[in-house]
Design a protein around this ligand. Structure first.
Ligand code: NAD
Ligand code: DAU
Length: 355
């Protein structure tokens, strides 16, 4: 079996569902259930003996050690993190606690467990750390995309905390020999994405008749990957990645934010037209920019293609259509995640912007 951390969040839940759809191998899912963790994401696994959910913190070393001793996983896949850049600007402390201290404690528990395994189990064990392209910093408009050799130049409290965790993972391999793999992925989108992030926020606000808040001039570029492609890449790296290596994962889909928002509006115009016949684009509002906002990310995903023969299956056009349709088909999920705490966050982040 494998231990997944953060498996009630956006990517982690997609990964657990995807994993169990592709293999019979059980999953122990350790998640703290912060505001971003949501057991409704895993509702379809109720009664499925292959999924064991444990509410808890990766920084709780005694708990992690107990889970490792009890379930004896052959791998740990670490998704658990504070993940939202804007929240890291308002309150960086939780990011240091989970992304840095939490990863450190998880590594220590993994190291002690791994060191006590017999030779065969030891050789087969993997610690896969899920990280982000944001650790590389920002790119000039004409600069080549990030390769795995790019300098680490994080610019936000979030990306700095993820970079710190990547360094710890690297050091635990170099110093102790822990068999680690690290993946650095670009922006994901798809089902179960919490509506604090750009794409789901635009969909739910558009449908609610609220404004669509675009930061600054809307010309920041991100490289978008459908979440199920990220899951298949992680499965592939876990299966065949070279120990101690990092693999960049991306969708070859660089797009300015305003183009993403226009695409979401055009799909909604087609699939759920506004009653007044106007386009959802009428709801776009330019708001104050994110402090320290990275201008461009782009992933060079040639290493994972060359070494592991992985390429994304979805184009942006197919993936975004599926995503918009998923939100239209799941109004109960959307209503359930828009709790009081969610509304407080929106009021704080978009203050005065009528969002
Ligand atoms: P998310 O915020 O949706 O989910 C994070 C999950 O981790 C939640 O279920 C939360 O409850 C859990 N968690 C938080 N702190 C925890 C702790 N201390 N112990 C146990 N569980 C804890 O995040 P996501 O978008 O699914 O991202 C998952 C991982 O992928 C993160 O490590 C993130 O840095 C990385 N990543 C995300 C993207 C993206 O576009 N979303 C891209 C590249 C990499
Ligand atoms: O690149 C990978 C990263 O992608 C992950 O590591 C992060 O966990 C994930 O949150 C994401 O970070 P971003 O900051 O790129 O994602 P976000 O959806 O917050 O913003 C995407 C772009 O849209 C960014 O340029 C900011 C802009 N934006 C975002 C919001 C929420 C807006 O213009 N308006 C908004 O309301």
């Amino acid at each position: 079996m494998i231990l997944v951390t953060g498996g009630a969040g956006f990517i982690g839940a997609n990964f657990v569902l995807d994993w169990l759809a592709h293999s019979g191998e059980p999953v122990v899912n350790l998640d703290k259930l912060t505001y971003a963790g949501n057991l409704h994401n895993l509702a379809s696994l109720q009664g499925d003996a292959r999924h064991v959910f444990v509410q808890g913190d990766i920084a709780d070393r005694a708990l992690v050690e107990r889970l490792l001793a009890e379930h004896r996983p052959r791998a740990i896949v670490n998704f658990a993190a504070e993940s939202h850049v804007d929240r890291s600007i308002h309150g960086p402390e939780d990011f240091i606690q989970t992304n840095v201290v939490g990863t450190f404690r998880l590594l220590e528990a993994a190291r002690h467990y791994w060191q006590a395994l017999d030779a065969t189990e030891k050789g087969a064990f993997r610690f896969l750390h899920v990280s982000t392209d944001e650790v590389y910093g920002t790119l000039a408009p004409d600069a080549p995309a990030f390769t795995e050799e790019h300098q680490i130049e994080p610019n936000s409290p979030y990306s700095a905390s993820k970079a710190a965790s990547d360094h710890l993972v690297r050091a635990w391999h170099h110093t102790y020999g822990l068999p680690v793999l690290t993946t650095n992925c670009s922006n994901n989108y798809g089902p179960l994405h919490f509506p604090e992030k750009l794409i789901p926020l635009m969909i739910v606000n558009a449908l609610a008749g609220k404004s669509l808040p675009v930061y600054g001039d809307g010309m920041q570029i991100r490289d978008w990957l459908y979440v199920k492609d990220h899951c298949s890449a992680i499965r592939r790296v876990l299966e065949a990645g070279r120990l101690g290596e990092t693999y960049n994962i991306g969708g070859w889909n660089e797009k300015p934010n305003i183009e993403i928002v226009h695409t979401v509006c055009a799909l909604l115009d087609e699939l759920r037209p506004r009653a007044d016949g106007q386009s959802y684009k009428a709801q776009i509002t330019y708001v104050k920019d994110r402090p320290g906002h990275d201008r461009r990310y782009a992933i060079d995903a040639r290493k994972i293609e060359r070494e592991l023969a992985w390429r994304p299956a979805e184009t942006f056009e197919t993936g975004i259509r599926k995503t918009v349709q998923w939100y239209l088909d799941h109004p109960a999920w959307v209503a359930q995640v828009q709790s009081g705490a969610y509304r407080d966050w929106v009021a704080k982040q978009y203050e005065g912007a009528a969002v």
